[in-house]
Structures are given as C-alpha cells and as structure tokens.
Design a binder for this molecule. Structure first.
Ligand SMILES: [Zn+2]
Length: 113
C-alpha cells in the first residue's frame, strides 16, 4: 500500500509549512496527485486520517485533485492527455513520447489559523 508512504511524505511538508506559518490548527489540506501514481482515494484518505491524529491537522479536511497524465511527442511537439494507455501521438502517430504531467505529489494549499 504505497499510499501510506506518499501520505507520510506529504504530511511532513504540511506540518513543516504549518510550523513556518505559525498555525495553531490546520483546517484543510489540498493535494494534487498525478494519475500515473495510481493513488487509490479511499486508501489515501485512510492513511491521511491515521497520519493526522494527534497533530495540528487532527481535524483537517482532505481535498484531493487528480492531475491527468499528459504526454509530449518528441517528433512534432504535440502535447496531449493520455487516455486508455494509448502511447501514440494523435498528430503524427509517433511513439517517442515524454511524460510532462502525471507523477506529481504536491501540497497545493494548506488552510488554517
Ligand atoms: Zn507527434
């Protein structure tokens, strides 16, 4: 269950930021997760709920935004959203692609007081 490892990493960032901002309490945390990371929302939420216990974020609400996987063709430069694992450029049918989005694990915002 790699959700636990991801949550632990992200949660460390949340607590660092909360400390720097001198927050007494974290109300809401907004994460952006690339779809390629294949995070299961229920498992992520479960891991988040256990990580937040007895911290500044004990009552924090969780918001997850999934970022679509985007590829860029090395031949013609077209960028497109990857759907159904179709690893082919829609313009030139090239198969030489770079992933430009999809592996993100980002703390987008933290709300608190
Ligand atoms: Zn192309």
């Amino acid at each position: 269950m790699h959700e636990v490892a991801i949550v632990n990493d992200l949660f460390r960032i949340v607590l660092d930021v909360a400390e720097k901002e001198k927050l007494k309490k974290v109300d809401k945390v907004h994460f952006q997760l690339g779809k390629m990371m294949q995070v299961v929302p229920d498992l992520f939420k479960f891991a988040f709920d256990s990580a937040k216990a007895d911290t500044l974020a004990a009552e924090a609400e969780l918001e997850i935004e999934f970022l679509p996987v985007r590829m860029k063709c090395r031949q013609c430069g077209t960028e497109f959203e990857l759907k159904q694992q179709n690893f082919q450029c829609p313009d030139c049918q090239g198969m030489d692609l770079d992933m430009v989005q999809g592996r993100e694990l980002i703390v987008k915002s933290i709300e608190g007081e």
